[in-house]
Ligand binder design. Structure first.
Ligand code: BGC
Length: 365
């Protein structure tokens, strides 16, 4: 794309309608360096990310569908969406705040997962406005969730801004939220990546490095036990970088059925706003994804429940053919006194930023 084209503010193109007749729009954000990102207003969802390989060839590296009906289908396991109000699990869907007890939908028996059933942030249609500035092209999506929606207290106003840098292959997602009553908030993006191109057979050949000495072990229902444990000597030690397939079989019979763990990121350097969280490398294509965040944790999920659903271009999404790296506060924080706090108070602003930088690995020989 030419520099002149990138100066235009992106506009939404029609992407179809939801079952209940709401129009959904798709915004295209492009970098002069090659990255192309498409985001739709249903669920403030990443629909496509085209990133260059070592030969400059673009491939779409995230799972998804070509139409809204795909996203509304049973096969959609939170593909690319903004996840919340509280991503990940809340034990038995219950919590107490300011002396009041709240009960949320149990949609991942016996727990609450990813914000609920009907009106979680991934299922509603957001307002959107494209913009361009000296940093690049973006789209700002807003949604006002009424008091009590999906059982959560308070009216929550959420803004998610997607920005593609002008001259590098970098997508930045910034989240902001305000409330009028104390309420738990934990927001992430749930993109499923395969750096060989979405629809490729596996991610077991990807090499992952995590900047985490510790993780939060879970019980049989994937709720944290409350312990913060060292990764040393475990199958979840990715500090030096390891092929995902190397040790995954050891976790086949665990409650997580593979990797489905929240990692505690090492403290961020004092001079930096963002902390390196993860680096994923796909040796054959040379694609590398670097994720940096302001969040204290990251869920690494190895696509264990993908079940061969058919997505974009008729491609099949097989068991472990994509991975999620969800920057977040820890699961079930609202019930875990020793985890960083996720309760947003009236008058405060929730703020969080995650950057996804696509690079090319330099061959070693
Ligand atoms: C969770 C998985 C879940 C997946 C899809 C991930 O964030 O950790 O357990 O199956 O989302 O819902």
């Amino acid at each position: 794309m030419t520099a002149a084209a990138s100066a235009q503010a992106p506009t939404g193109e029609p992407f179809g309608k939801t079952k209940d007749g709401k129009s959904v729009e798709l915004y295209t954000l492009e970098s002069d360096a090659g990255l192309v990102v498409k985001v739709m207003t249903r669920g403030a969802t990443l629909v496509q990310i085209h990133a260059p390989d070592k030969d400059g060839k673009l491939d779409d590296v995230i799972l998804g569908w070509d139409d809204v009906a795909g996203y509304e289908s049973e096969g959609n396991q939170y593909f690319g969406c903004t996840t919340g109000r509280v991503c990940n699990r809340i034990a038995r869907g219950k919590f107490t705040l300011d002396g009041m007890s709240y009960e949320l939908a149990i949609n991942n028996d016996p727990n609450h997962l990813h914000g609920g059933v009907e009106r979680s942030l991934d299922k509603v249609v957001w307002n959107a406005k494209g913009f361009t500035n000296k940093r690049g092209q973006g789209v700002r999506m807003t949604y006002s969730s009424p008091d009590g929606e999906e059982g959560y207290p308070g009216k929550l106003d959420v803004t998610v801004t997607f920005l593609v840098a002008k001259d590098s292959n970098r997508l930045t997602i910034q989240y902001k939220a305000n409330t009028d009553k104390a309420t738990p908030v934990n927001l992430t993006n749930h993109a499923y990546f395969n750096l060989a191109g979405a629809g490729s057979e596996t991610v077991l050949d990807h090499v992952l490095r995590l900047n985490a000495d510790q993780y939060t072990p879970v019980d049989d229902t994937l709720i944290p036990t409350g312990k913060i444990a060292s990764v040393e000597g475990t199958d979840v030690d990715f500090r030096k970088g390891a092929r995902i397939g190397k040790r995954i079989a050891a976790l086949d019979d665990a409650s997580t059925i593979g990797y489905d763990h929240n990692f505690v990121l090492n403290p961020r350097p004092a001079d930096s706003r963002l902390n390196l969280a993860a680096i994923v490398r796909h040796p054959d294509s040379g694609r590398v994804l670097r994720i940096a965040t302001t969040e204290p944790g990251i869920q690494f999920y190895s696509g264990n429940f993908l079940m061969g659903q058919v997505g974009k271009d008729g491609k099949t999404y097989a068991h472990r053919s994509a991975l999620c790296l969800e920057t977040q506060h820890f699961p079930d924080s609202v019930n875990q006194p020793n985890f960083p706090d996720t309760v947003l108070q009236p008058g405060e602003t929730f703020e969080s930023t995650t950057q996804y930088t696509f690079q090319i690995a330099i061959p070693k020989n």
